[in-house]
Design a protein around this ligand. Structure first.
Ligand SMILES: Nc1ncnc2c1ncn2[C@@H]1O[C@H](COP(=O)(O)OP(=O)(O)OP(=O)(O)O)[C@@H](O)[C@H]1O
Ligand SMILES: [Mg+2]
Length: 225
């Protein structure tokens, strides 16, 4: 399996008047295409911070994030291309745009990439169909659908530009357990069937079941399980 994420000595400290917080502390690991990596840890252990570093939504104080031969933590990295084409994000609170239909939400990342409109529409419809979002739900505004449907739309959106890496932050956090199971199985399917590198961070130990590689996070430190 090809390594797509090689993380070495990654650290991020937040400074505040109340004291410094070492949110991510000397973290190293690898994640591969076709595999699901699950990172479990309690609230405040640094999971979201780590995921944001991997997606270049935050910049680290130290360390390397090597992907396709490039260190995206380096000062001269092409972060815009990385964020737009290499990674897709799935969030706990879905982060859909409520005024847009579900179809438009999935088209949006392709629009930003200047994909022609008919192709945007076709790709979005195909991805939504696959997530079980039918023609009626594709026309619904994103705030008029259930939580499980929102998360499936969000996964379709994360896949829109066919990224290599899918980063999911607490993807089942706002779903009942049966719906959460469906979402986790879809994410695992992206690794197994689409050869994506899927990284899930969560406090939900039930997700460990689908992990090819599992880690525990505590006080910013990562350890293999
Ligand atoms: N922008 C920020 N500024 C200051 N401190 C922060 C910031 N973001 C996170 N922290 C702190 O860093 C630590 C790790 O936070 P993080 O959100 O990564 O944890 P988490 O494991 O995702 O928690 P949860 O399970 O509650 O989502 C916490 O102590 C948090 O208060
Ligand atoms: Mg978090």
């Amino acid at each position: 399996m090809e390594d797509v994420l090689e993380v070495k000595g990654l650290s991020k400290t937040f400074k505040s008047k109340a004291g410094d917080v070492s949110a991510v502390d000397d973290v190293s690991f690898e994640a591969r295409k076709g595999e699901v990596t699950v990172i479990v840890g309690p609230s405040g252990s640094g999971k979201t911070t780590l995921l944001y570093l991997l997606g270049s939504l935050e910049s680290p104080d130290a360390g390397e994030i090597i992907t396709f031969g490039e260190d995206i933590a380096a000062a001269d990295a092409d972060l815009i291309a990385y964020r737009r084409k290499r990674v897709g994000f799935v969030f706990q609170f879905f982060n859909l745009i409520s005024a847009l239909t579900t179809l438009e939400n999935v088209m949006l990342p392709m629009d930003i990439q200047a994909v022609p409109a008919p192709e945007q529409r076709n790709t979005a419809m195909r991805l939504l169909e696959r997530m079980g979002i039918d023609a009626r739900l594709q026309k619904a505004k994103a705030n008029k659908i259930s939580g499980g449907e929102k998360q499936r739309v969000a996964i379709a959106r994360a896949m829109a530009n066919d990224p290599d890496i899918i980063l999911a932050d607490e993807p089942t956090g706002n779903l009942d357990s049966a719906t959460g199971r469906v979402v986790v199985d879809i994410l695992a399917g992206l690794a197994r069937e689409d050869n994506k590198c899927v990284v899930i961070v969560t406090h939900d130990e039930g997700i460990l079941e689908v992990g090819d590689h599992s880690f525990h996070m505590m006080d910013g430190r990562l350890s293999a399980m």
